[in-house]
Each structure stands twice: as structure tokens, then as C-alpha cells.
Design a protein around this ligand. Structure first.
Ligand SMILES: Nc1ncnc2c1ncn2[C@@H]1O[C@H](COP(=O)(O)OP(=O)(O)OP(=O)(O)O)[C@@H](O)[C@H]1O
Length: 604
């Protein structure tokens, strides 16, 4: 496929998107406007019970949706989210009773929780997966205990009584405004650079760092944001309830309901939390009225069954996808390059053209060492790679090639000295190493599976140093995708690609970082000779046109032989040869350690 074809394909993709816009895409928004209109009418009915019921529904939505920013977008299951609601409620109640004006009380609630969320992010984000979930769950009893014991501030077990004003209507409209703002923020987040940092983290944190994303500030940011919005939910609820005590705002029996609602609807989907809240809230009310004694048990059972039979949530179920009118609810939110931006593409990759200076050392490793327990995978490696070189890194299985790449890109922290482009990498994070100019592919490809080809590449482009805004990064992505032969797959999810296509995507993603040093880890296995030639052509172009220095780990020696200037051979973590190709192949130790084996593999 030529770049011209790609431009056409992408323009067609954008045209499809435009064609879908007027009629079908407007429907949900029209529905949303009608829904807001109906909600505005609820207080006009003059039935306080109905107003209070819908008010509680709105607060549940604020909680479930704000939870989903951290759960659905970033992939961190924060079971303690409800604690932000409780702390917000207390901060609001305490400041209101101290005579602070109501609007300021909301600000205080937000600020207190934002601060608490920021501080707790430091220990919490040292954990991952189940450990993170359990640690966050512990926040709830801890907060409850504090609320009981700091009785001078919180009233202890007696709770806090707020001024007995009738505020249902004001609280209702405030909650409605907050719910609308929460939904709008969800849309903005999922289309923003920050949102894409979170989506990358959800997919693969290490890969996210390797493409230049600073992950801790992103995680801290989403914790603070989701906490602040939950705090507003708690504040408005406390205002309306006129009374709060520790079990009401921190109790485990209610704390997990918003999480269950988001998961039930479809965490990570735009409409997931909203549908989950609407349905589970209705079920909850029905059970409360009709089987009040057993309601918690039946509610729990329903949630268990949903988890068992619809793990992705209702909107991802076959049932929803089978009904054409509902399909839009299960649609994932992806950004596509726009037609106008694609037209700006040209025959060359949108990369700086560097003129390498062969006398200049780009990579220097001195006594680089990495051990796993007693296994020294990389053992006092000394190598120098000069600007513009294409170096083959070879060795038998387990000789330390991938570990060496992992050391250079700081996936592992090695000992010894590591200098890239004159910069000592000691103490640098992975994203800083990427900013210095190290791009890499992984031996087992690690694209962001639930994002599209275009998004995968655009993330690297937008997060590189001085990278463009997301729309321009998406436009750039088309050029890199075309270069590696994925120009007609821009809108496809990366996890639907074949292994080889994933490897190509990783090459495109690494190039979008504008690396000075490109580490390529085993791409040729499984390729046909013609495909290998094409890949070798890419490596040649990367070096000859753009001046990028390449280190290529490869078992298929015939592939390397077409392009490398020099061969570095590893054996048991040590360099046993470092010589021009012609010389290296005559070295008996090299033949014994690697080439004999490879030759056998290739049937020579
Ligand atoms: N995360 C890890 N934990 C423990 N040991 C590891 C880890 N990663 C690599 N090793 C060990 O380090 C040694 C070098 O492995 P490495 O993957 O770097 O070799 P390689 O030359 O890339 O092999 P291959 O050609 O099979 O990819 C092996 O003994 C391997 O078992």
C-alpha cells in the first residue's frame, strides 16, 4: 500500500465518521437533552419523595462516574472511592456549621479531599492490581474510625446535625449540575492527552513509560480529580440530608454500590456508569419496597451473577450488541485522524533528519550489569555504539540480549555506567530515557491492545518531548502506520492484529518518539524472505534518511547480514565479540556460541 492509498483510506475513514455524524451520532445527544429536560421537571411535580429519590440517583451517578475515571480509564480498582464522598460530606458539614457560606463549603470539601487523595496516592500507587484494590478498601474503615474518634470535630458517633433549612430543591439542582458536569468531564477526559495517558497506563504501565508518559503524575491527577468530584457528591448529599454520621458516609454496606453500578453498566464505556446506575438503582428501590429484609442479599446475588455472566458489563454483552438501536451504547470511544490533517502528510516521515557524526559515541555502556538473584543476565558489559551505526546484537537463547535492551531503556535498573547522547542515564526514569532519545520495540509485542493502531502511534507522538497536540499526533500517526504497512488498519484495535503486525506497530510507535537510538528486538522470525527484505529496507531507510542509530537483536542471521555494520555477540551476559560483520563471522567462539546454532536453525 502506498502512502497515497493510505491517505485515501484514512480520508475514507474520516468521511465515514462524518457521514455517521448528522443523523445517528446526534441521537444520543438529543436523548441526553430530553433527559436533562425531564430531570429539570421533577421538582416541578411537587412530590418531595420523587425529588429526593432522583436526587439520590444523581448523587449515585456522580460517584459511579467519577469512580470510573480511575477504574475504567486508568484500570485501577479503587474500592475506597466512597471515602472521598464521606470526607467531602464531613468537610462540608463542619464548615457549614462554622458559618462558612454554602458555595465556599463545597470548595472546602473539594480541597480537603483533593489534598487527602494526593497524599494517599503516594503509598497507594506503589501497589498494583488486587493489592491496590485491598489497600484502597482499607481507607473506608480507617476513615470511619477517625470520624468516630475525632469527636470534637466530627461529633463522633452522634454525627453532625446541619442547619435545619429546607434545601431539597437547591440540592437537587446542584446535584443535577454536578452530574452534567461529571458526564461532560468524562467525554473531555477520554478525548484528552491526559485521558490517553490513563488509557495507556490501563493497558501496560511499562510500555506507557517507554513511550514517554510520566505515569505517577497521571495516576495522582486522576485520583485527585475523581476524589474531588466524589467529595462534591458527598457535600451535596450532606446538605440535603441535614445529618451525617460515620456509618452513613463510610459504611461498607453502601460504599461498594457505586462501584458495582459502574461495573454492571460497563466500566470504561461512555454510557456504562449511567446505565448501570439507572438500572441497579431501580432494582435497589424495588427490592427495598418489596423484600426489605432480604434486599441486601438479593442485591448482592444479582451483582454476583452479573459478574459471572457479564464480566464486561451489560453494555458489552451480546444482548446489547444484538439490538441495533442499542449498539451505540456499547461503542468504544476512539479518536480517528481527521481528513484535513491527513492531507498534510507527505512522502517523508514527519521526523527530524539528523546527519550522524560517525566519530560521536551515541551509546556507551561501561561495566553494565544486571543480575536476577544469582543469575547474572548482563555481566559487566562494555560497548560503544556510534551515531549512524546499525549494530546487530546476537547470542544464544538466554545470553542476555533482551535484558541488555531492558537495561538501556531502564525497564530494569542496571549497575554500571550508561550514557546516551552524552547524557548519563543514572537515576533517570523510563519516560526520561525516552525523552533523551531511546525508542524500542519489545520481543513480545506490547501495544496498547484496546486502543487503535492510530491511537497507539499518536500516543508516542504526543508524549515525545515537544510533541504535538493529540489531533496533530493522530495525523502524524498515519505516516508511521503507512511506513510499516499498517496504513489500512488505522482504526483497528491493536489486539486484533497478528503477531507480525503488532511488531510493525511497535516499530511505528517507537519511530513516532523521534528516537536517536532505536532498539529493535527480534522482528524477523515468522516473516517470509520478502517481508524480511522489506523490513531490512525500513531499517536502512531509518538510518540512511533520518540518521537514527539502530541496535537490532535478531536470531535470523541472514536478515542481520543484509544491513548491519557490526556484530556484538553475547554469551552468558558477557560480550565475547564486537567486530565488523565479516570479521565476527570468522571468530570461532562466535560460531560456536551463536552462528553454528543459527545456521542449523536456518538449515545451512
Ligand atoms: N525478569 C527476569 N527475572 C529473572 N530472570 C530473568 C528475567 N529476565 C531475564 N532473565 C534471565 O536472564 C537471562 C537472560 O535472558 P534474556 O531474555 O535477556 O536472554 P536473551 O538473550 O534475550 O534470550 P532470547 O534470545 O531467548 O530472547 C536468562 O537466564 C533469563 O532467564
Amino acid at each position: 500500500m502506498t502512502r497515497h492509498d493510505v491517505s485515501l483510506a484514512t480520508t475514507a475513514l474520516a468521511a465515514d465518521a462524518r457521514a455517521a455524524t448528522p443523523a445517528r451520532s446526534l441521537l444520543p445527544w438529543l436523548g441526553g437533552a430530553v433527559l436533562i429536560g425531564l430531570l429539570l421537571l421533577v421538582p416541578k411535580l411537587g412530590v418531595p419523595y420523587a425529588t429526593s429519590l432522583v436526587f439520590t440517583l444523581l448523587v449515585s451517578f456522580i460517584l459511579a462516574q467519577s469512580w470510573d475515571w480511575i477504574g475504567g480509564l486508568a484500570g485501577y480498582v479503587n474500592l475506597g472511592h466512597f471515602a472521598w464522598y464521606g470526607v467531602g460530606a464531613y468537610a462540608f458539614a463542619i464548615s457549614l456549621n462554622a458559618g462558612v457560606p454554602v458555595p465556599l463549603c463545597f470548595v472546602v470539601a473539594m480541597a480537603v479531599v483533593a489534598l487527602a487523595a494526593a497524599i494517599l496516592s503516594f503509598p497507594l500507587f506503589r501497589l498494583k492490581g488486587d493489592y491496590f484494590a485491598f489497600a484502597t478498601l482499607a481507607i473506608l474503615p480507617l476513615a470511619e474510625l477517625l470520624a468516630f474518634n475525632l469527636s470534637k470535630l466530627t461529633g463522633g458517633a452522634d454525627g453532625i446535625v446541619l442547619p435545619p433549612d429546607y434545601v431539597l430543591l437547591q440540592a437537587f439542582y446542584t446535584a443535577l449540575g454536578l452530574a452534567i458536569a461529571t458526564f461532560a468531564l468524562t467525554i473531555a477526559l477520554s478525548r484528552s492527552r491526559f485521558g490517553y495517558a490513563l488509557k495507556s497506563i490501563r493497558n501496560d504501565e511499562q510500555a506507557a513509560e517507554v513511550v514517554g508518559i510520566r505515569i505517577f503524575p497521571a495516576k495522582l491527577g486522576v485520583m485527585v480529580l475523581s476524589g474531588a468530584i466524589a467529595a462534591l457528591g458527598g457535600a451535596v448529599h450532606a446538605w440535603q440530608l441535614s445529618y451525617i454520621d460515620p456509618p452513613t458516609v463510610f459504611g461498607l454496606s453502601v460504599a461498594l454500590v457505586p462501584v458495582a453500578m459502574a461495573l454492571f453498566g460497563g466500566s470504561g464505556l461512555l454510557w456504562g456508569p449511567m446505565i448501570g446506575v439507572a438500572l441497579l438503582f431501580t432494582v435497589q428501590q424495588f427490592l427495598l419496597v418489596n423484600m426489605s429484609i432480604l434486599h441486601a442479599t438479593v442485591y448482592g446475588l444479582i451483582i454476583l451473577l452479573i459478574g459471572r455472566f457479564m464480566p464486561g458489563g451489560l453494555l458489552r454483552s451480546r444482548l446489547t450488541k444484538a439490538i441495533p438501536a442499542l449498539r451505540f451504547l456499547s461503542r468504544e470511544q476512539h479518536l480517528a485522524p481527521t481528513g484535513a490533517a491527513v492531507a498534510a502528510g507527505n512522502e517523508r516521515l514527519p521526523m527530524p533528519i539528523r546527519v550522524p557524526d560517525p566519530s560521536c559515541e551515541l551509546l556507551v555502556c561501561r561495566k553494565l550489569t544486571k543480575a536476577f538473584g544469582g543469575n547474572i543476565a548482563v555481566n559487566a558489559v562494555d560497548i560503544v555504539v556510534r551515531q549512524g551505526e546499525v549494530v546487530g546484537l546476537v547470542g544464544a537463547n538466554g545470553s542476555g540480549k533482551t535484558t541488555l535492551f531492558n537495561c538501556i531503556s531502564k525497564v530494569y535498573e542496571p549497575t554500571g555506567e550508561l550514557i546516551v547522547d552524552g547524557r548519563n542515564l543514572a537515576g533517570l526514569r523510563r519516560d526520561e530515557v525516552a525523552a533523551v532519545g531511546v525508542g524500542r520495540s519489545f520481543q513480545n509485542p506490547r501495544p496498547f491492545g484496546d486502543l487503535t493502531v492510530a491511537e497507539n502511534i499518536a500516543i508516542a507522538a504526543t508524549f515525545r518531548r515537544n510533541g504535538p497536540a493529540l489531533p496533530d499526533a493522530l495525523a502524524e500517526a498515519t505516516a508511521y502506520a503507512a511506513f510499516v504497512g499498517l496504513g489500512d488498519r488505522l482504526g483497528e484495535r491493536a489486539d486484533s492484529l497478528s503477531l507480525q503486525e503488532k511488531k510493525s506497530l511497535e516499530l511505528a510507535r517507537a519511530l513516532a518518539l523521534h528516537p536517536k537510538l532505536l532498539l529493535v528486538d527480534e522482528v524477523a522470525s515468522g516473516l517470509t524472505p520478502a517481508e524480511i527484505r522489506r523490513f531490512v529496507g525500513h531499517i536502512r531507510e531509518i538510518r540512511d534518511v533520518y540518521g537514527i542509530t539502530v541496535i537490532w537483536v535478531e536470531h535470523i542471521f541472514s536478515a542481520l547480514a543484509q544491513v548491519v555494520d557490526r556484530l556484538i555477540v553475547l554469551e552468558q551476559g558477557q560480550v565475547i565479540a564486537d567486530a565488523p560483520l565479516a570479521e565476527a563471522v570468522k571468530d570461532e567462539r562466535v560460531l560456536a556460541a551463536y552462528l553454528g546454532q543459527a545456521a542449523t536453525k536456518e538449515g545451512h
